[in-house]
Design a protein. Structure first.
Length: 85
């Protein structure tokens, strides 16, 4: 009987954590702005470093925007010292 109780408690805990995670993730400004829109995420660790990879990144974004004008491109980066546009 105690094994069943542990399983039920763990299940309830997991459901609670899932609910809390979804509640928190939907609260950001960017999430609300992009809700319902087609979005492509691109990862470039140091997009502002000036190493030459930025040109490839921006060419890729330009190509996506040319062929799919309604799609939003989001760049995930490790740069912390760059201001928002």
């Amino acid at each position: 009987a105690s094994g069943v109780t542990v399983v039920l408690l763990l299940g309830a805990l997991l459901l609670g954590l899932r609910w809390y995670s979804r509640r928190c993730s939907g609260a950001s400004e960017i999430t609300r702005a992009l809700k319902g829109r087609e979005t492509i995420g691109l990862f470039h660790p140091y997009a502002h470093a000036g190493g030459g990879g930025e040109r490839v990144l921006w060419c890729a974004i330009h190509a996506v925007q040319e062929s799919h004008p309604g799609v939003v491109c989001v760049v995930y980066t490790g740069d912390t010292d760059v201001a928002k546009p």
